[in-house]
Design a protein around this ligand. Structure first.
Ligand SMILES: Nc1ncnc2c1ncn2[C@@H]1O[C@H](COP(=O)(O)OP(=O)(O)OP(=O)(O)O)[C@@H](O)[C@H]1O
Ligand SMILES: [Mg+2]
Length: 204
């Protein structure tokens, strides 16, 4: 498989981490050189920023700018070099998360966010984005008892419904980049659909 950048999106508890791990296994079995990473995070600076943004109250503009600083670092230090080396990058959240959470969820102007995301990305865009679509009630039940909720996971259902609808709008606007999976289906069904989508959409 040639170098590809695949991002994974969906509200908290939709199944991103579970399915990234399963796809990783599948790609390794095909001898694909995989770089597994996540946002916010993926670098020492990004992981420090993740700790602040997920756990500490702050102004929305601070939240946006910290997330974008983490992304700029991630692109420069991890994603761009991995793609240049011919590796396949699997990234747990990327710019669509900023548009969905800070834009649709928190109400930050979308045009401004797109401009800032473009700056942080500096030309590095996913060739494929997998959206795990699930109603907030379902994901909330899945996460219940698993871990202490962070700042985002503590939000109300209405917030997650706005984020979910935002993701669906982003996917509808770019159908050639997005694959939307119904993540309420059983795990193995979702995994099979994910692998089929990746195998058909990507070269190699
Ligand atoms: N299709 C599914 N059916 C049943 N359970 C699922 C399904 N997908 C994920 N789960 C379960 O839901 C929980 C949350 O999944 P996971 O951690 O992969 O979500 P996530 O999208 O990475 O969440 P977060 O955004 O909080 O990191 C896990 O216990 C996982 O096993
Ligand atoms: Mg996860």
């Amino acid at each position: 498989m040639t170098a590809s950048f695949i991002s994974f999106e969906g509200i908290d508890g939709a199944g991103k981490s579970t399915h990234i791990a399963r796809l990783h296994e599948h790609l390794l079995a095909r001898n694909t050189d995989v770089c597994l990473t996540r946002e916010p995070g993926g670098t020492p600076l990004g992981e420090a920023i993740r700790g602040w943004v997920l756990n500490q109250g702050m102004a929305i503009d601070s939240e946006v700018l910290l997330l974008l600083a983490a992304r700029a670092e991630h692109v420069a230090q991890v994603i761009r070099p991995a793609l240049a080396a011919g590796r396949t990058v699997l990234c747990d959240r990327f710019s669509d998360a900023t548009l969905a959470y800070q834009g649709y969820g928190r109400g930050v102007d979308l045009a401004r966010l797109r401009q800032l995301c473009g700056w942080a990305e500096s030309g590095v865009r996913p060739s494929l984005t997998v959206l795990f679509d699930v109603p907030p009630e379902v994901s909330r039940d899945r996460l219940a008892g698993l871990k202490t909720p962070d700042r985002f996971e503590s939000e109300q259902a209405a917030f997650f419904e706005r984020v979910r609808q935002g993701y669906l709008a982003l996917a509808a606007a770019e159908p050639e980049r997005f694959v939307v999976l119904d993540a309420t289906q059983p795990l193995d069904t979702v995994t099979a659909q994910l692998i089929a989508a990746v195998d058909t959409r990507l070269p190699g």
